[in-house]
Design a protein around this ligand. Structure first.
Ligand code: ATP
Ligand code: MG
Length: 466
């Protein structure tokens, strides 16, 4: 195990509390991560001081009092927040969620006993060393997540711990101790009491972990309780020359093959969830999944709404799912359209998702398709390097140019510009003023010949192809 080196600002809070006569220890994630040689996200302290006493120890520093009810006082120091939480035992748990009421205690050991897993239930002090009442160090060195106390009871108290357990397994690459794993499976239906937001937060961290897929595979029923939209994948075979796995194994391989970034991992997890709903068999006897991307988007949108994804994240995931089945090869005009639609970051993410998808398909097709995806990526880089027009700001004519041709400001003008853009993206028109203006003039003249007294200028259908 690695030595623990708290940063100076965290040590300052610890000694500030001690100088005022309180006891104080570093606890939880910072001890766990330090011992593993990982950089802790934050340095939490457990202390005998009550929240108001903690604040009084640092009269010159701002305090954040959001968690006061649970005994937590945040001290803002060097631009960071160090949370000091009074030693406590949890009150009654209702609805399988964290307790409303907590009771303060004078004993560190009692505080450690209410913590979820042995690896999270250690305390450390620069002079006094490690306090490890539940075998956390041994579990850390064995790479094991184990509940403090009786697992079933701990999961019944707070069902979020079921997902936290799998999350630590995925992020740290740990196994779940047997009894803890059995209890997590047995209690999985309690996840119904946990808010969508907390489920999303845990699963997002889990999905980004290096051990995500092993954990999801081993504890699939828990995932199906949290995300029922995925369950049918596990019963859906893919009788097709393109595939070597059933839908669920294919999904897991795809998740594993995309970079561990939240939007991409969620998109990979959900990209085929609509397949079981559209499965059919062709005259060739193979299974087909026509329209599965659209169906997957529909299910994924419902799931993401329930899990309170931000609109921006949900939109990014949905767009990737919708486009993941783009036929290969991707011709230049298709790459341009996708760049115009998804933006640079979105297109490269899509290519990553498609690469993950292909890597999870039958080996015979893999190499060829991966090569086609590489070509699409090179094409996209060329297009970006050349600075080709990908949107209205890059179009060689502007609204004023069309007004000069007799177009009226408003919707028809916008439509006309968009039609020009479409034709530039598809390669029908060069992005140069003379051909664009000629095209717009031709369309205006054609409409001019049509009888109308409603529009001074071109009509909305102006640029429809004759
Ligand atoms: P990270 O910050 O990397 O997510 P962490 O272990 O610090 O991991 P936090 O959610 O910050 O996790 O919680 C801090 C500590 O509080 C944990 O290490 C654990 O001791 C305790 N804890 C957190 N949530 C629970 C819970 N639901 N039940 C019991 N103890 C918990
Ligand atoms: Mg933490």
């Amino acid at each position: 195990m690695y030595p623990i080196h708290p940063p100076a600002y965290a040590l300052e809070v610890l000694s500030g509390l001690e100088e005022a006569g309180f006891s104080a220890w570093f606890v939880g994630g910072c001890v766990r991560d330090s011992l593993l040689g990982r950089t802790p996200a934050d340095w939490d302290i457990a202390t005998s001081a009550r929240p108001e006493q903690t604040a009084a120890c640092f009269p010159l520093l701002p305090a954040v009092t959001a968690g006061e009810k649970h005994g937590t006082e945040g001290i803002v120091i060097c631009g960071r927040v160090v949370e000091a939480t009074t030693y406590r035992v949890d009150g009654d748990y209702t609805g399988h969620r964290r307790p409303e009421q907590v009771t303060f205690t004078a004993r560190l050991e009692e505080d450690l006993a209410r913590r979820d897993f042995t690896i999270n239930a250690m305390a450390w002090h620069p002079e006094k060393g490690l306090v490890d009442c539940f075998g956390g160090l041994e579990d850390l060195s064995q790479g094991r997540v184990r509940c403090v106390g009786e697992p079933i009871r701990r999961f019944e108290e707070d069902a979020l711990r079921i997902l936290r357990c799998l999350r630590f397994g995925a992020v740290l690459g740990f196994s779940v101790e047997e009894e803890t794993g059995r209890a997590a499976l047995a209690c999985r239906e309690l996840l119904g009491d946990i808010s969508g937001q907390r489920i999303r937060e845990e699963l997002t961290k889990l999905l980004a972990g290096p051990g995500a897929v092993q954990v999801i595979r081993a504890y699939a029923p828990i995932f199906f309780s949290a995300l029922p939209e995925l369950e049918a994948l596990s019963r859906c075979a893919q009788e097709s020359p393109y595939h070597c796995y059933d839908c669920w194994e294919h999904t897991l391989h795809a998740v594993d093959a995309v970079p561990p970034e939240p939007v991409l991992r969620w998109a990979a997890l959900l990209h085929d969830c609509g397949k079981p709903l559209v499965k059919s068999f062709g005259p060739d006897g193979w299974a087909h999944f026509w329209g599965h991307a659209r169906e997957s988007v529909r299910l994924a949108k419902g799931l993401m709404e329930r899990l309170r994804f931000s609109n921006q994240e949900a939109e990014a995931v949905a767009e990737l799912i919708e486009c993941h089945g783009e036929p290969l090869p991707l011709p230049e005009k298709r790459v341009k359209r996708l760049l115009a639609r998804l933006g640079e970051e979105g297109l490269f993410r899509l290519l990553e998702l498609m690469r993950g998808d292909v890597s999870a398909q039958a080996p015979a097709l893999r190499e060829k398709r991966l090569a086609l995806l590489k070509e699409a990526e090179d094409l996209a880089r060329d297009i970006l390097r050349r600075g080709d027009c990908l949107g209205l700001p890059g179009l060689a004519v502007k609204g004023n140019d069309l007004i000069g041709l007799g177009y009226v400001p408003g919707k028809p003008l916008g439509q006309a510009l968009n039609t020009l853009l479409e034709e530039v993206l598809s390669g029908e028109l060069q992005n140069e003023r003379p051909p664009l203006l000629a095209r717009a003039r031709r369309a205006a003249e054609r409409v001019g010949r049509e009888p109308t007294n409603q529009y001074v200028g071109p009509r909305p259908k102006l640029m429809d192809r004759a």
